[in-house]
Design a protein around this ligand. Structure first.
Ligand code: MEV
Length: 324
């Protein structure tokens, strides 16, 4: 085999962000937006090329060993390089990786984990080593440590397995999705500072424990209901729960005028429900639509008005080989 192409999905947190930090469950789902990584042999070193970012970095064996010691080399692709190095069994084989991605970067949509997972799968297939999904997810978790320090494991798991993932007190449960729902993602393009927002919620919790604790508990209960609605295909109920979840997240101070603007615009266009996703304070919002035509009409109209909207769907598919 001369080359191998693998792809993996991005993700969104459907419900339970912030309350998950306090031990309540959160649900993440895989997206129809995917990245593709082509692995092929080259003379020496590891070259990573992103068509979308118009960027190339080549890592020597020494560079890869530096990353293992948590030393920065180029920063941008160090996490992917480290995952690839692990998939190469730390051997000095020359590998070229070409990345093409539909997943917006730095938007809380799990783009870095998806690229690591696809890179590891494509290398493992090129080596005819065929790592099982758990091994791929575990290696990608090591990449995520390079990228984020203390990752939850949500992003590498969902990029590997696809479908629906429930995260609670450090435990991950996976569930297959038997259907897709049109999902509209609005990107405010406002940079968010996850650490700062998580700290603001903690400060509020410390000031008003008797008020904030019941809100977090309600978010946990809401996530249980959302999981059941999703598994049973009750999208109307799921939409109502997304709306409530956004209200609760707003009460914790995690929304942003640009998120609220998009959410209310989409509600006025009859989505089933809409909320912020991830840390908030900027970043992305999500809405579910009754059908793909409604989703496309909303997206077209809002993109014409200058917003940044993508239509995709919830996807059952995790990492897979596209071609050899
Ligand atoms: C950020 O994507 C999700 C938060 O719940 C933080 C976390 O879970 O670490 C806000």
């Amino acid at each position: 085999m001369e080359s191998s192409i693998a792809s993996a999905p991005g993700k969104v947190i459907l419900t339970g962000e912030h309350s998950v930090v306090y031990g309540y469950p959160a649900i993440a789902v895989a997206l129809g937006l995917r990245c593709k990584v082509k692995a092929s042999y080259q003379d020496e070193g590891l070259t990573i090329r992103s068509k979308d970012l118009n960027l190339i970095h080549t890592y020597s064996l020494n560079d890869l060993q530096h990353i293992e010691q948590k030393l920065t080399v180029f920063k941008k692709f160090d996490n992917i390089a480290f995952g690839a190095f692990l998939a190469m069994n730390k051997k000095p084989v020359g590998i070229n990786l070409e990345i093409e991605s539909e997943i917006p970067i730095s938007s809380g949509l799990g783009s870095s984990a998806a690229v690591s997972v696809a890179a590891i799968k494509s290398i493992s297939n090129l080596f005819e080593q065929n790592l099982i999904d758990k091994e791929i997810s575990d290696l990608a978790y090591q990449s995520e440590i390079i990228a984020h320090g203390t990752p939850s494991g949500i992003d590498n798991s969902i990029a590997t397995y696809g479908g629906l993932l429930k995260f609670e007190k450090g435990n991950i449960t996976l569930n297959k999705l038997n259907f897709t729902i049109p999902l509209i993602i609005g990107n405010t393009q406002v940079q968010r500072d996850t650490k700062k927002i998580v700290k603001n919620v903690k400060d509020q919790f410390d000031h008003f424990p008797k008020i904030i604790d019941p809100i977090l508990k309600t978010m946990g209960e809401l996530t249980e209901n959302a999981e059941n609605a999703l598994i049973s295909g009750d999208f109307k109920k799921l939409g109502e729960l997304l709306d409530i979840n956004h209200g609760l997240l707003s009460s914790l101070g995690t929304s942003h005028p640009k998120l609220d603007d998009l959410i209310w615009k989409m509600r006025s266009m009859n989505v089933l429900g809409a909320k912020l996703t991830g840390a908030g304070g900027g970043g992305c919002m999500i809405a579910i639509a009754e059908n793909i035509n409604t989703a496309n009409t909303i997206s077209k109209k809002l993109n014409e008005e200058g917003y940044n909207i993508i239509v995709t769907n919830l996807s059952p598919e995790g990492v897979k080989i596209e071609s050899n």
